[in-house]
Design a protein around this ligand. Sequence first.
Ligand code: MRU
Length: 350
Amino acid sequence: MNTSNYSVKTIEWQGDEVVMIDQRVLPLEEEYIHHTTWQEVGASIKTMVIRGAPAIGVATAMGMALAARQSTATSQDDLKRDLDEAAKGLFATRPTAYNLGWALEQQAKIYNESGDVDKIRVRLKVRSQEILDEDVAMCVAMGEHAAPLFPKGARILTHCNAGALATAGYGTALGVIRSVFKRDPTIHVFADETRPFLQGARLTAWELQQEGIPCTLITDNMSGYFFKKGEIDAVVVGSDRIAGNGDVANKIGTYMVSVLAKEHGVPFYVAAPTSTVDLSLTDGSQIPIEERDPAEVTHCGSRQIAPTGIGVRNPAFDVTPHQNIAAIITEMGVHSEPYTESLAAAKKGK
Ligand code: MRU
């Protein structure tokens, strides 16, 4: 499907190069980075040039196609050795996003099958493009499934950026908001700024503004104020990994929002493709949580805002228990408790 109507291109093939918009410099600058090696793709995932679980999955699949191109192997065994090494390197970039490991599995299915090495190289590139296209289609489907859940004129809170920039296009949580807005232009979005990396302030606010979707930016500690005043009707967020029981890992601060939503009787929705659902984990306590550089907390951009040498923790994600979630929306539909059953069925394609 053509994603150009929806927003900027997050990631794409240009010939044999993987091109990504540099999300670190948005919204003030629009710069694109070209990648010709898997190591460059890995560095871009690690340093957040590209971020958001589904977008990381697409980048990983493309990185594996680049790795196959870089390899001079003429036998399948040698190609497999080189690709396994690339997979290990890419896997180590960011631990929480399940789509990363999922994309590696998709590519491993191809290079572990016997076949001609040049054909394998072609198939890895084709599969990476399919993963991109499927991601957009899944986001659009999620939007269609979720849109009827929102009342007319809904005031919707979102946290972090789960938009076109976090996916191959359209977005998960912002995809839902786009679909709701198409039906009802009277909705209003509250975007949490999302300290410390400011994905909400820099990326969500920018995406919504580009499309004329009414949006108010708030700092993370303000949402309780708006819940209490009855100014939030629904919450929708994305996810980096969902355990089999419906516990959801998402950007740090999401759990806090879910607790507020529960306290105020506001429905809390999660939108994510089934490629984010990790049925190997029975609950959210098993989800690996990335801890990032303390400098993200002690600094705002390049400006230091805390005393030198202060102790810092910087977990990038937290886990929202399934009890706080009104529904999980995947490309297969709207899922509710018991999530152990509904998510398993969604993964099977039922
Ligand atoms: O650290 P990030 O920016 O990669 O974290 C992104 C999020 O937490 C998103 O909400 C999540 O990946 C869903 S994106 C569709």
